[in-house]
Each structure stands twice: as structure tokens, then as C-alpha cells.
Write a protein that binds this ligand. Structure first.
Ligand code: SAM
Ligand code: SF4
Length: 357
């Protein structure tokens, strides 16, 4: 029975909610699921692994997400904000190391308004780097200005499709607005990345199954899945950590259902299990986002404790990733790593009237 479901997922790239719940909850299916996802990964996106250089340019945040060390009420965090010159210097450095894409990530920091951020985007764009933004919720007009200034992609995790859970854990934020942002980003022609925080207290397998169906419905271009790592300086400090194996099964199912997507092996999986990144790369993932943030800032961008590589330099990260990728028999992909459409996929739509939305 489980074999039949996996066969269907591998051949037809679809499963219903009940089947997803069964596979998500079945540790015994994990290896076979990973093997099927690895075959689909090879067929649709190949053996190349895309590296995106991550620049964490501000840890100042107006939000108060219950799990995140950057939340505004965390008085223990030393805050920083990079200057435009520093951001550009890190992007130049990333280019020298051979990265073709940079990810500019921050808390929700209003200091980076349209004039400031578009200036930065244009300068980075002039380096012939593809740009991914990950800066949280903004208005349609702001997203439009950033797109016109050169941003190609945007990462905005939905975290969970359970609207009540979302709103309880991200106080003051609305699920509806999160979905509005994703819709606007798609409309504006960004490649859109979203994803789930696995292990939120109260999250069910049924809601994770809904997450997968929702990402398929909106035809997400990128999917970032990570386990919750409790941070003692947040209200969820005492929560149980997210399950690495459930995270892995979710990644594999996403590869099976969204075969063309770019799926990173996230820092959080490596933080939770040493060598976890390779396991996830062999279970459907095809992207890694090495940190190119310099010096002290890396340590201060403290979403959760134990974040790997905080003492490494960007050169260490690049060299280490290259060795690890070669050891897996894979290689670093050339090019900017945009999504490649293998056939005429109908672009997903986010329908406000849908119960999953
Ligand atoms: N502020 C932007 C946003 O929220 O979209 C971008 C940066 S935010 C730090 C990036 C992601 O970090 C969030 O989407 C969340 O899933 C993840 N994150 C935050 N705290 C975490 C924790 N304790 N464990 C694992 N992941 C966490
Ligand atoms: Fe801010 Fe993002 Fe952390 Fe929420 S997850 S507190 S928006 S940095």
C-alpha cells in the first residue's frame, strides 16, 4: 500500500491529503521515500547543486514571532544593521568566491525603505548577481519597486497553513496578509520561495499535508523546510525541537509533488544533525545557502542556538561546501540557478476563497 502511494507520487507527482498524512507519519517509509525523491530530483533538476551566498544584513525586527531570536522583545540580542557599503562589499566578495546568486536576508527592518533598498539592489545587480530577497512582509508597491530595481526571487515562509496556529505564534501578524504577500510576489514575476517550520507546538501531520498541497497549488518555485530549534531567549525556549526525520520526509514528498522546485538543505537541519545537510541533499534537495556574512555579524544573527559555522569565514564555507558536494558525487551547478520548466506547467493561483487559504 505504501509502495503504491510512493509509486504514484514518483510517476504522477500527486497525492491526496490522506496519503500525505500516512507517508509523513511513517518512519518505515523514510528511506524509500528519500530514494524516490532522489530519482525525481536527478531527472528534473539534475546532479548540480546551486549555491546561494547568504548575506544577513540586519537583525533588527519589528515583529515578535514566538520562536525567533530576532523578535523585537528579545533584549539579550546585540542588534546590528550593515551599511550600504558593507552589504555591497559582501556581495562583491561573494562574486569573487564564485557565487552567482546572493540572498539578502534580514528581520523586518523598516530602515531599509524603498529608496535605500532599491539603491542597494541596483548596485548588487550591476555585479551581475541574481538577487533573492528575504525581508518579510511589505506592500505590493514596495515589492514592485524592489522587483524593478533587480530582485529576482523572494523567500517568505508561510511557516504553517494552520491559520490559527500561525496567528498565535506570530502575534500581530495575519495569515491572510502572509498569503496576500505570496500572491503579490507571484503576480510581480518573482520566483517565490516559501516553506514550513516543522515542529511548531500544536502543528499536526494533517496541517503539514495541507502545507504541501498549498505549495503545489501556488506552484512555489522554491521550498525551504527546517525543523524548529528552540531558542531559550524566546517564549518557545522550552518547546520540543522539530523532528529531523519528519523534516526529511516532508522534503522528499515536496520533491515528489513539485519536481521542478529548487529545494535547499537548510542551515537548521545541519544545526540539528551534523551531516544533516548531506542527508537532505540525498533526499530531494538541490540547493545550499552558504553564509557569506562576515565576522561578528554572523554570530549576532542568532535565530536559534548552536547555528553552525558561526566562526567560519566565507572562504571556509565555500571550500567546505565544495568538498562536501564532491564527496557526494554531485557538483556545483553553473549559472544563476533559476527554475527550469520542463513542460508547460499551469502557473498556480492563490484563490482567496479556498478553505486551505
Ligand atoms: N524576517 C524574515 C521572515 O520572517 O520572513 C526573514 C528572516 S527569518 C529569520 C527566516 C526564517 O527563520 C523564518 O521564516 C523562520 O522559519 C526561521 N526561524 C526563525 N526562528 C527559528 C527557530 N527558532 N528555529 C528554526 N527556524 C527559525
Ligand atoms: Fe522577525 Fe522573521 Fe524572526 Fe519573525 S521570523 S521575528 S519576522 S526575523
Amino acid at each position: 500500500m505504501l509502495e503504491k502511494l510512493m509509486e504514484q507520487a514518483e510517476k504522477e507527482h500527486r497525492l491526496d491529503k490522506d496519503s500525505l498524512v500516512r507517508l509523513l507519519g511513517e518512519p518505515e517509509a523514510e528511506e524509500a521515500l528519500a530514494a524516490a525523491a532522489d530519482r525525481v530530483r536527478k531527472k528534473f533538476v539534475g546532479d548540480g547543486i546551486h549555491l546561494r551566498g547568504l548575506i544577513e544584513f540586519s537583525n533588527i525586527c519589528r515583529r515578535n514571532c514566538m520562536y525567533c531570536g530576532l523578535r523585537r522583545d528579545n533584549g539579550k540580542l546585540e542588534r546590528y544593521r550593515l551599511t550600504e557599503e558593507e552589504i555591497l562589499a559582501m556581495a562583491e566578495q561573494a562574486k569573487e568566491y564564485g557565487y552567482k546568486t546572493v540572498v539578502l536576508q534580514s528581520g523586518e527592518d523598516a530602515y531599509f525603505d524603498v529608496p535605500r533598498l532599491t539603491r542597494i539592489l541596483r548596485a548588487v545587480r550591476n555585479l551581475d548577481l541574481a538577487i533573492t530577497l528575504s525581508i518579510g512582509e511589505r506592500s505590493y508597491e514596495e515589492y514592485k519597486a524592489f522587483r524593478e530595481a533587480g530582485a529576482d526571487r523572494f523567500l517568505l515562509r508561510l511557516e504553517t497553513t494552520d491559520a490559527a496556529l500561525y496567528e498565535a505564534l506570530d502575534p500581530g501578524m495575519s495569515y491572510e496578509n502572509r498569503v496576500r504577500c505570496l500572491r503579490d510576489l507571484k503576480d510581480l514575476g518573482y520566483e517565490v520561495g516559501t516553506g514550513t517550520l516543522v515542529g511548531l507546538p500544536g502543528q499536526s501531520l494533517a496541517s503539514i499535508a495541507e502545507d504541501i498541497l498549498f505549495y503545489k497549488k501556488i506552484d512555489a518555485d522554491m521550498l525551504g523546510i527546517g525543523p524548529l530549534i528552540p531558542n531559550g531567549d524566546t517564549p518557545l525556549g522550552g518547546a520540543a525541537p522539530g523532528d529531523f526525520h519528519l523534516t526529511r520526509r516532508m522534503v522528499s514528498l515536496l520533491r515528489l509533488l513539485l519536481p521542478e522546485a529548487n529545494i535547499p538543505a537548510t542551515t537548521a537541519v545541519e544545526t540539528m544533525v551534523r551531516g544533516g545537510r548531506e542527508i537532505i541533499l540525498a533526499s530531494g534537495a538541490n540547493v545550499v545557502m552558504p553564509n557569506v556574512t562576515e565576522g561578528e555579524y554572523r554570530r549576532k544573527y542568532a535565530l536559534y542556538p548552536g547555528k553552525v559555522c558561526v566562526r567560519d569565514t566565507p572562504a571556509d564555507c565555500r571550500g567546505c561546501m565544495e568538498r562536501r558536494i564532491q564527496a557526494m558525487g554531485r557538483y556545483i551547478a553553473e549559472g544563476k540557478g533559476f527554475r527550469i520548466r520542463r513542460k508547460d506547467h499551469v502557473r498556480g493561483e492563490i484563490c482567496q476563497g479556498d478553505p486551505a487559504v
